[in-house]
Every structure is written in structure tokens, then in C-alpha cells.
Design a protein around this ligand. Structure first.
Ligand code: NDP
Length: 240
């Protein structure tokens, strides 16, 4: 039996690597995205993984899309909450839209997707949920009160849901990536990026595949004893 996996924000960056790793390992993968049709079409052409457009910050749209996925592909056993955005700015300049967009997309989405799949996972006695947090949710980051709050919220969400799922065969874990070479990080000015790399003991940015490998490990049927964890994948930049 090949398990069905939904990866949010799966058509670019870290999500693309996660989808590819799961697909190569034999899972039936569906990639979600929100706005970039061109990237999604190129992704599906390259990988033959279906991509489905819906906004994970929209509760009803997510519910509708997940119902659709489950009727087309079967019940979702693996959910990877990876979609995320940044809308940086210091607090005295940040407006409500920047705050709310990041909270709803990065954290609200975890409720929206998990709420739709959790009952099925409970009744089948199996589920794997992996939430993509961030080093900046662990350590905070100047100019990112919205992002740090959302990612820190993901880490709390993970531990609470892990407790609820533990007796039902459902594991819930988070990954806290450090700086990974994707478009999100390429938006950081070059001189700032060089300073960031200088603080990474391994001496380089992460690769999307570094994160994908961790997801693959956590969703395995045999990873049943790992739940409520946050795995830091950051080249040694932040250890705690
Ligand atoms: P990218 O910006 O490269 O890709 C983001 C993906 O999320 C895209 O597929 C995008 O879709 C999708 N997405 C954005 N908003 C929505 C939405 N509302 N609904 C559905 N999909 C959406 O990001 P990364 O690959 O860099 O990041 C992936 C995750 O890893 C994020 O949660 C990020 O916060 C986290 N992370 C990244 C780090 C990094 O250094 N890159 C470090 C730590 C954490 P579309 O293509 O349509 O825009």
C-alpha cells in the first residue's frame, strides 16, 4: 500500500524537495501551492506529482480541497505543513496586514489542514504530521515578530497535538530549519547573507534536500516512537 501524502507549499523550494523525496520513496504525493502557477506547472511536468492550488490560510478553501484530494487519491496519512511566507518589518513599521498574513499563512494553516485530516487519522489509527517551523521561531529574529511568533506557535501546536495523537497511532513533529538556499532566503541582501553564513558552523546554507531527508525519516511507519519533537536542521547555528 502506498500512503497518500499532502505537502503544502510543495511546488518550490523546500516543499519541492520534500515532495520529490517522498515520491522517490514510493509515497503517493500531492503538492499544494497558492499563486505561482508557472512554478507549479513546471514542477508537475518535471516530477509528475500532481499540484493543487488552494490558499492554506483560508479554512473553507482548505477543507474543500482536502475533501477533493481524499476522494481522488484516498485518505491522507501524511501531512507536511510546509507552506510559509515572510512579510518582514520592525514592529514600529509593521502593519496589521503583514502581521495577519504571516500568522494566518504560517500558523493558521496548520489548524486548517490538520483539522481536516485528524479525524480520519484517528479512525484509521495511523497518521504522520510534520510541521515546518524555523530557527527564528526558536531564537527570535530582528524584524520578524510576525514570523517568529507564527513559527514559535508551530512548535507549541506540535507538542499539544502530539499528546492528543499519541494513543491513536498519530505522530506530530516539527522541523526547525536554519537558513536554507531557496527563494525566501535569496531575498535577503547579499551582505546580510554573508554575515549569516559566517555564523553557521557547518559553513554553508542548508539545501532543501537536508530538510527533505528529515521529513522522510519522521514520516516512516517505523518512526512511531518519535512524537512531539522539534528537530533542528541548521548546520549547528542554534543549539538548545
Ligand atoms: P518558498 O518561498 O521557496 O516556497 C514557499 C511555498 O509555499 C511555495 O510553494 C508557495 O506557493 C507556498 N505558499 C505560500 N503561501 C501559501 C498559501 N497561502 N497557501 C498555499 N501555499 C502557499 O519557501 P521555502 O521553501 O524557503 O520555505 C518553506 C518553509 O520552510 C516555510 O514554512 C518557511 O517558513 C520554512 N523555512 C524556510 C527557511 C529558509 O531558509 N528557506 C528557514 C526556516 C524555515 P507559490 O509557489 O504558489 O507561491
Amino acid at each position: 500500500m502506498s500512503r497518500v501524502a499532502l505537502v503544502t507549499g510543495g511546488t518550490r523550494g523546500i516543499g519541492e524537495a520534500i515532495c520529490t523525496a517522498l515520491h522517490d520513496a514510493g509515497y503517493k504525493v500531492i503538492a499544494n501551492y497558492c499563486g505561482n502557477d508557472e512554478a507549479a506547472q513546471a514542477f508537475t511536468k518535471k516530477t509528475s506529482i500532481p499540484s493543487l492550488k488552494f490558499d492554506v490560510s483560508d479554512h473553507e478553501a482548505t477543507q474543500e480541497a482536502i475533501n477533493h484530494i481524499e476522494s481522488d487519491y484516498g485518505p491522507i496519512d501524511i501531512l507536511v505543513n510546509n507552506a510559509g511566507i515572510t512579510r518582514d518589518g520592525t514592529m514600529h513599521r509593521m502593519d496589521f496586514e503583514q502581521w495577519n498574513a504571516v500568522i494566518q499563512t504560517n500558523l493558521g494553516s496548520c489548524f486548517n489542514t490538520s483539522r481536516c485530516v485528524i479525524e480520519g487519522m484517528r479512525s484509521r489509527g495511523f497518521g504522520r504530521i510534520v510541521n515546518v517551523g524555523s530557527i527564528n521561531g526558536q531564537a527570535g529574529q530582528y524584524g520578524q515578530v510576525n514570523y517568529a511568533a507564527a513559527k514559535s506557535g508551530i512548535h507549541g501546536f506540535t507538542k499539544a497535538l502530539a499528546q492528543e495523537g499519541a494513543g491513536k497511532g498519530i505522530t506530530v513533529n516539527a522541523i526547525a530549519p536554519g537558513y536554507v538556499d531557496t527563494e525566501m532566503v535569496r531575498a535577503v541582501p547579499e551582505e546580510v547573507l554573508q554575515k549569516i553564513i559566517a555564523r553557521i558552523p557547518v559553513g554553508r546554507l542548508g539545501k532543501p534536500e537536508d530538510i527533505a531527508r528529515t521529513v522522510l525519516f519522521l514520516v516512516d511507519d517505523n518512526a512511531a516512537f518519535i512524537t512531539g519533537s522539534t528537530l533542528s536542521v541548521n548546520g549547528g547555528q542554534h543549539m538548545y
